[in-house]
Write a protein that binds this ligand. Sequence first.
Ligand SMILES: [Zn+2]
Length: 115
Amino acid sequence: MRISRAIRISEPLLCAIRNNFRALFLSAINDRKRQLYNRRKGLRFNGKGVNIPIVQLDNNTLVLYEELGNRWWELERSLRRSILICPLCNSSKKNMIYNIDKNAWFCEDCNPRLI
Ligand SMILES: [Zn+2]
């Protein structure tokens, strides 16, 4: 396994600043994901709140349904590869190491398990 980069911060004030920035970005990303999810989910219900099976959606609605799902997953995949959160333990408060083999950032606790 090749490790290309580790970012370690030990000073408590800098850790707090880093963690707050990560929380801010995570909040914005999760808000956007929630909007996409709710808009997509809304396509599956008619005006009376009755669930519409996917096979009964018209072609334009089906295309939009798939596009919203793709956009949600694009955000999710970007988030899982980012330095904001460890994709294994979901921690956003630890020092991170970029794992070049996985093309993603993992925390210092999880990265050694990938060897
Ligand atoms: Zn981890």
